[in-house]
Every structure is written in structure tokens, then in C-alpha cells.
Design a protein around this ligand. Structure first.
Ligand SMILES: [Zn+2]
Length: 329
């Protein structure tokens, strides 16, 4: 009953059992950091729920029309609700009319709503109506970074599936099993911090790994620069570079997550070996409160980018809050 998922064995088995024992719930919330595999897992679950000829209970064939069309995101019983900048209420209302209709050919209608933390409050409230009185045939699959970012009334009506980082060794083995050379697999797994989606992207080419390493290096450089130099760094970013800045901030988050882990649970260290010493230095130099504040500011910065704040302002506001570390000789 292979879903072709890297890691997350417990979650996969649990979801497969729900189908096998006909105890499917109306709503699931997949939580975990970007790239950990929330959306991939949700899509596999959707395929297993709707496959026309499942080879075993809880499995999907990957060959039938429904499986192939869900993979491509085009089956009429599968609804992907995704909006740049966050889900809006009109989109939810329009989808609700379709959700109420009986499925065209699958057993269920399945709706995937990624990154619900970006949905507007009005959209979340509209969705609540469906969560309170779902049509019999509907299964909603939500994803979010953290449940705390959603309305408690939304979370309480979902089965929460938490995805934790995949251990580096398991990630490396999975990459090798997919034909990645051992040296590349080791490097990609080390930099991915337990996130299979990111590891696969990193394994595809040296450019992705170099870009990530460069973004991590930016953090170190910026921490050793005075405030004026940081504002000069932020200055040239244009509104059209929003996606570029979003990717940069997500990589910066990786550095600070590593520092956070080093302070709170060093046994779960998620820093690439090349960064072990720097992460230690930051973990010892900064207080846990400072690191938490930097992480919160980064998450807020990503949120503000989604709300169309200018990238220059987002970066400037972040960087003036970072402590200035003494330059080394
Ligand atoms: Zn199938």
C-alpha cells in the first residue's frame, strides 16, 4: 500500500486505516513547515479516497482516470482552492455550491485548501459553515504551518495530522532510492532540515543548493552589518520581486529554526554540518526570547508580503530588529 511518500509512515498508515475501516472524517488539517510534505500527503489521501479500482483498502492504483486527473489537479470531484495572497470569501462561496452536488463519478468530493493561515477572516468564517454541516460526500483537506494560525473553531472541527521533520538519514536513503547520487543525496538531505519536498528540489541541481547556501550566508553577513548597511541591502528590492523575497525569507527561516532547535532540543539538531558551528554561536550569543522574536518577525514579514506590503519595507522592518554582532578580525 505504498503512497510514494518520503517519511510520515505513521500518518500514512493512520489515513489508510481511516479509508480501510470506512471511518473517513469530513475534514483533515495537515500541519507542518513548508516543504515537509503536507500537500503531497493530502493529494495521495485524495487519490486513495476516490480511486475507481483501489488495489487494496486505503491504496490507490495511480492508473485509473480519477487517479491521473487528481495528480494533474483536473478531476471534477477534486477541488483545489488556492489563491495568491490568501483565500477570499467569494472563492469559498462559489466552491460551496459545487461541494453540495453529489460527486460526478468518485465516492467522495475532495477539496484541498492549502495554506489556510493566509485565508481572510471572512473566508475562514464562510468555510466554518461547511465544517459545521458538511454534505455527506465531502472531504475537506486543509493545510497550514501551525494550527495556532487558524480560527480555533476551524481547527476543532478537523482531524489534525501533524507532520514532523523527516530524519536526515531517512531523507538521504529516500533520495538515493529515487536515483540520486549518494554525495548529492547527503548534501540535499542535510540542507533540507527534514523537509522531503525541499530535499527533492535541492537534489535536482547544484543551482538550488547554491542558492540556499547563499541565502543562509546572507543571514550571517547581515547580522555582522550596521543598521545603515542593512537598510541599503533592503533598498533596491522592487514590488515585482515579491516572490524572490518570499523565497529568501523562507530560507532565512531555516537558519533561525536551526538556532531555535539548538537552544531548545539540541538532540533534534537540523543544521547542515557546514553550519553547525555558526548555529552554535548564534544559539549561545542570542537569548531564546530574541530568537523567538526573530522567527515571529519573519513569519509576520511573509504574511505582510502576502498582503502586498512592499518587499523593501518588509525587509527593512525585519533587519533593523536583528541584533548587530561584532565583526570578527
Ligand atoms: Zn485509481
Amino acid at each position: 500500500m505504498d503512497w510514494d511518500i518520503i517519511g510520515h509512515e505513521t500518518a500514512v498508515r493512520w489515513l489508510q486505516r481511516q479509508i480501510g475501516q470506512a471511518r473517513v472524517h469530513h475534514a483533515y488539517l495537515f500541519v507542518g513547515p513548508p516543504g515537509v510534505g503536507r500537500r503531497t500527503l493530502a493529494r495521495r489521501f485524495a487519490q486513495a479516497l476516490t480511486c475507481l479500482q483501489p488495489p487494496a483498502p486505503g491504496a490507490y492504483c495511480g492508473q485509473c482516470r480519477v487517479c491521473r486527473q487528481i495528480e494533474a489537479g483536473v478531476h471534477p470531484d477534486f477541488h483545489l482552492l488556492e489563491a495568491p495572497g490568501g483565500l477570499k470569501v467569494d472563492a469559498v462561496r462559489a466552491a460551496q455550491q459545487q461541494w453540495n452536488m453529489t460527486p460526478r463519478e468518485a465516492r467522495y468530493r475532495v477539496a484541498l485548501l492549502p495554506e489556510m493561515q493566509h485565508a481572510t477572516p471572512a473566508a475562514a468564517n464562510a468555510l466554518l459553515k461547511t465544517l459545521e454541516e458538511p454534505p455527506e460526500h465531502l472531504v475537506l483537506l486543509l493545510t497550514a504551518a501551525e494550527p495556532e494560525a487558524l480560527l480555533p473553531t476551524v481547527v476543532s472541527r478537523c482531524e489534525v495530522v501533524r507532520l514532523r521533520p523527516v530524519p536526515v538519514a531517512a531523507l538521504q536513503a529516500a533520495l538515493q532510492a529515487r536515483g540520486v547520487e549518494p554525495a548529492v543525496a547527503a548534501e540535499a538531505a542535510a540542507w533540507a532540515q527534514g523537509r522531503p519536498g525541499l530535499a527533492l528540489r535541492l537534489a535536482r541541481g547544484p543551482q538550488a543548493r547554491q542558492a540556499l547556501a547563499a541565502h543562509w550566508a546572507q543571514v550571517w553577513d547581515l547580522l555582522h552589518q550596521p543598521l545603515a548597511a542593512r537598510l541599503a541591502f533592503a533598498e533596491p528590492f522592487k514590488p515585482g520581486q515579491r516572490d524572490e523575497v518570499r523565497a529568501m525569507l523562507e530560507h532565512w527561516l531555516g537558519v533561525w529554526r536551526a538556532v531555535w532547535w539548538a537552544q531548545w532540543a539540541p538532540q533534534h539538531a537540523v543544521a547542515p554540518p557546514a553550519w553547525a558551528e555558526r548555529v552554535q554561536t548564534l544559539a549561545q550569543t542570542l537569548s531564546p526570547g530574541q530568537v523567538r522574536a526573530i522567527l515571529d518577525d519573519l513569519l509576520q514579514g511573509l504574511e505582510n508580503l502576502n498582503r502586498y506590503t512592499s518587499p523593501r519595507l518588509v525587509l527593512g522592518a525585519l533587519l533593523v530588529q536583528w541584533p548587530v554582532l561584532p565583526r570578527r578580525a
